[in-house]
Design a protein around this ligand. Structure first.
Ligand code: SIN
Length: 290
């Protein structure tokens, strides 16, 4: 197959190559700096819904072009996390790690900002500086995980709701590394009270059921004792660790990953201690409860 052809029927503008059977696709023959054509943009949205995470190699994007790319999928000016921001373009978060610098605690499975009432529908991540090795990111399909569970457990889970909070995650530890950390932590607590989301949601585009929990942000299942909730969550979280449900990306400079934040969880591997790493992140869209 030439890089210009799609291995998947239904795409005439994009070269789509599935990455694994359950999640991910590499998209060839597209310059993400030039998205002026609605036909092309519609195929990008279709591919994101179908494959849940898309990978693009050898891209060169200005900050404005990355924001325009995010806008293809949703409004980039909605929920943001606590990362430092780009000087001129506040919707761009900087995921920058230096040898002796801060760590953000993203080495845990999570769906971005699920501790907010309206989490982003997706994220565009663009690599600027990458370690010679290490610093990969993994995604797991939360639809494939749900579909793999026994029907009786699926039915039980569909009744449940879970509490999500940033307090569970690496953010409080990150705040403690900042000079003004106490004030930042206080503000985060005031801005983000714990929220309740259904444990199982239905994807508004594909109609597939999603297991919407993550070890980073899901604190407990409502209506269960702490012991019962921990036992059930521990089992469910362990399902994300099955390689069958995962796609693992080795970053190169100029790689773009776009993911559906409703249908996936992701994990940034923290194994590159002495090497710098810099990615520009733009979250987009705003999930309603569904
Ligand atoms: C994130 O959780 O959005 C960061 C992913 C990464 O650093 O690879």
């Amino acid at each position: 197959m030439s890089k210009l052809e799609s291995a998947v029927p239904g795409y005439t503008r994009l070269g789509v190559e599935p990455y694994t059977p359950n999640i991910g696709a590499t998209i060839n023959n597209v310059d993400l700096a030039d998205l002026g054509d609605e036909g092309l943009r519609a195929e990008l949205r279709k591919a994101l819904a179908e494959f849940q995470v898309l990978f693009f190699r050898r891209q060169t994007l200005t900050p404005e072009q990355q924001i325009a790319l995010a806008r293809v999928f949703g409004d980039p000016d909605k929920a943001k996390a606590f990362f430092p921001r780009h000087d001129k373009h506040k919707v761009i978060e900087l995921i920058e790690t230096q040898p002796a610098g801060h760590r953000y605690g993203v080495d845990q499975w999570h769906s971005d900002i699920s501790f907010s009432a309206n989490p982003p529908t997706g994220t565009v991540l663009y690599s600027k500086i990458v370690p010679a090795s290490g610093g990969d990111t993994l995604w797991a399909s939360a639809t494939a995980v749900f579909e793999s569970l026994p029907r009786s457990l699926q039915i039980y889970l569909e009744e449940l709701e879970a509490v999500h909070s940033f307090e569970n995650s690496g953010w409080p530890n990150y705040f403690s590394q900042l000079e003004d950390g106490e004030a930042v932590y206080r503000k985060a607590r005031a801005d983000y009270l714990p929220v309740v989301h259904p444990v199982v949601r239905t994807h508004p585009v594909t109609g597939r059921k999603i297991l919407f929990i993550s070890p980073n942000f899901t604190d407990r299942i409502k209506g269960l004792s702490r012991q019962q909730s921990d036992a059930l969550l521990t089992f469910l979280f362990s399902q994300f660790q099955k390689p069958e449900f995962q796609a693992r990306l080795r970053w190169e400079e100029g790689t773009v990953a776009i993911w559906d934040n409703r249908a996936t969880v992701h994990y940034a591997v923290n194994d590159y201690d002495y090497q710098p790493r810099l990615l520009h992140r733009v979250t987009f869209g705003e999930d309603r409860s569904f």
